[in-house]
Write a protein that binds this ligand. Structure first.
Ligand code: AMP
Ligand code: MG
Length: 324
């Protein structure tokens, strides 16, 4: 593998950086890059060995399918069968933080590994200019799960990526902090009713306004349908205590709103003004910052359960779940 290299880009990729990153991807190497949600670990989705390398680098269970990134709806239609609901959601939310699970076309060139044995494929059209330029330059769909070790907190900076994957990837494109901060919303359109597999950056309320009520994935369902539904995921090393209204000894506090309880060994704000969008953008970096051995646990103040708050609470519940 080519030695790890950070390609720093603030606004735009230089043509040389873009060529380099695209050449790595076409050669089957792994390249991490920012998206508006979190940093992704990218590979040529049509190359079985490259897709397998994603699972290796992340130590990700093979039953956990990957989201594949394409440039637009037309590119998506070459890989999966669209129906009317998919067309409505694509037009309303793409490019953006919504992934659609749809039936693969018979001649879909995406590696079956990316579907983890299912006959469906999750697709997303990112809005961030950097992955868009990269997808165009490579000219192929790019498989890209979050660029962290499986089960751990998702990365929202290039530094987070290197903390966990340095030496296992060819390069990371550094585009600064991610705007949305939590992963895409995943909606399954393979059944008669649209189904919310994972709350995320696109608000469930807005999706329901476009295509009607979403079935919610029940807690009884497990990995093969949607591994983002694994009970323990997004986990820091310290235990998390949710809905904390007071601070206990040795606890650090993840605060939301202007009046946090006193007594924490350290406080990080998701949002001082109680803004859910700001809170989502800060969530993973704040969890990482408080995940230090001098604390006994991380207490988390209550987060309202609407809009992107659904995604924040989903990630927090999994981060707090008993570890396997
Ligand atoms: P990650 O790549 O870690 O951001 O997670 C990808 C999410 O998309 C996981 O929750 C997967 O379960 C879900 N996903 C990807 N492909 C499929 C699929 N074909 N069917 C159901 N869920 C999927
Ligand atoms: Mg992930």
């Amino acid at each position: 593998m080519i030695a790890e290299r950070v390609i720093r880009v603030t606004e735009r990729l230089t043509p040389a950086d873009l060529d380099h990153a695209a050449a790595l991807l076409r050669a089957g190497e792994l390249v991490a890059f920012p998206t508006e949600t979190v940093y992704g670990l990218g590979a040529d989705a049509t190359n079985d060995a490259a897709v397998a390398a994603i699972f290796e680098a992340k130590a990700r269970p093979r039953f956990n399918p990957l989201i594949v990134h394409v440039i637009d709806e037309a590119a998506a239609r070459r890989l999966v069968r669209f129906d009317e609901r998919a067309a409505i959601l694509a037009r309303r939310f793409w490019p953006g933080p919504l992934s659609l699970v749809l039936p693969r076309t018979p001649d879909c060139p995406v590696s079956l590994l990316a579907s983890a044995g299912l006959d469906s494929l999750a697709l997303r059209v990112p809005a961030h200019p950097l992955p868009r330029a990269l997808i165009r330059a490579v000219g192929r769909p790019i498989a890209a799960p979050s660029a962290n070790r499986s089960g751990r907190v998702s990365p929202t900076t290039a530094e987070h990526v290197l903390d966990e994957l340095d030496g296992r990837i060819a390069a990371v494109l550094d585009g600064g902090a991610c705007r949305v901060g939590v992963e895409s919303t995943v909606v399954d359109l393979t059944g008669p009713r649209p189904r919310l597999l994972r709350p995320g950056g696109a608000a469930a309320e807005a999706i329901e306004a476009a295509v009607g009520p979403l079935e919610r994935a029940g807690a009884d369902e497990t990995a093969p349908r949607s591994p983002g539904m694994l009970a323990s995921h997004y986990a820091p090393s310290l235990p998390l205590r949710l809905d904390a209204r007071e601070v206990r000894p040795q606890e650090a506090l993840l605060a939301f709103g202007p009046r946090p309880p006193r007594g924490a060994k350290e406080v990080r704000w998701l949002s001082r003004k109680g803004d859910l969008v700001e809170a989502a953008a800060n969530l993973f970096a704040a969890l990482r910052a408080l995940d230090r051995p001098e604390f006994g646990a991380i207490a988390v103040m209550p987060i309202p359960e609407h809009g992107i708050g659904l995604a924040i609470n989903d990630r927090l519940r999994r981060a707090a779940a008993p570890r396997p």
